[in-house]
Ligand binder design. Structure first.
Ligand SMILES: C[S@@+](CC[C@H](N)C(=O)[O-])C[C@H]1O[C@@H](n2cnc3c(N)ncnc32)[C@H](O)[C@@H]1O
Length: 203
């Protein structure tokens, strides 16, 4: 990834013209991977944190699945404006929440703690700021999650996104699935995106 991806100014400039874009995988694919985790939640009660929402329509897929208690978080206000536009276009109104915040500085919510945190390529963008930035993101997410039943699901292009020592201290890291990238030529190498499950260890 270009090292600019950890820089808010890069995203601000990009979102001036970008109104809808999906990183790595369409949300229709990601929502299928999330289905077993959504099945465990009460759609009315459980808050879902969608980190680095960008101009993705993942929140619309969550809403279609009955989840309105979704908080879309991005540090670039224009991304949240785009998210609201996408939601209004799909449903005629805006019911999910939008919050400007840096995921490396997230404040833990008041009880009850969150049971599902999702990100699609946001940890990848954060990783351009180095291992400390990924560790800070992991620490903040750990603080937000219910330690018994909470989980962070992260889609990444990297097969070693969560090798960082501090992340391993805080989370049990597993791979939910790999999503192969379609080849243009038969001779192209096998490349996949990685969907991780991170379950918080007790602090
Ligand atoms: C690679 S894009 C992914 C966007 C979207 N999740 C998708 O799948 O299309 C990364 C997103 O994370 C946001 N982002 C990057 N670093 C962030 C940080 N430290 N705090 C909050 N948002 C961040 C960017 O503004 C951008 O919207």
């Amino acid at each position: 990834m270009a090292s600019d991806f950890e820089n808010p100014m890069y995203w601000r400039k990009r979102f001036r013209s970008e109104t809808a874009f999906e990183w790595l995988t369409p949300s229709s694919t990601f929502i299928d991977l999330l289905a077993p985790y959504l099945d465990r939640l009460d759609p009315q009660a459980s808050e879902i944190l969608h980190l680095g929402s960008g101009t993705s329509d993942l929140h619309n897929h969550l809403r279609r699945s009955g989840f309105l208690n979704v908080t879309n978080i991005d540090y670039e206000p224009l991304a949240l404006e785009r998210g609201q536009q996408l939601e209004r276009k799909a449903f005629g109104d805006v019911k999910t929440r939008y919050r400007v915040a840096d995921v490396t500085k997230l404040e833990p919510p008041a009880e009850p703690k969150c049971r599902l945190v999702v990100d699609k390529s946001t940890a990848d963008a954060v990783s351009c700021g180095g291992d400390e930035a990924v560790a800070a993101m992991a620490e903040r997410i750990h603080g937000c999650l219910d330690k018994k039943s909470g989980v962070w699901i992260s889609m990444s292009y990297s097969d070693s996104r969560f090798g960082v020592g501090r992340v391993r201290e805080l989370f049990h890291v597993g791979v939910v699935s790999t999503v192969p990238i379609p080849k243009r030529l038969e001779s192209d190498p096998d490349i996949a995106h990685w969907c991780y499950e991170l379950s918080p260890k007790e602090a």
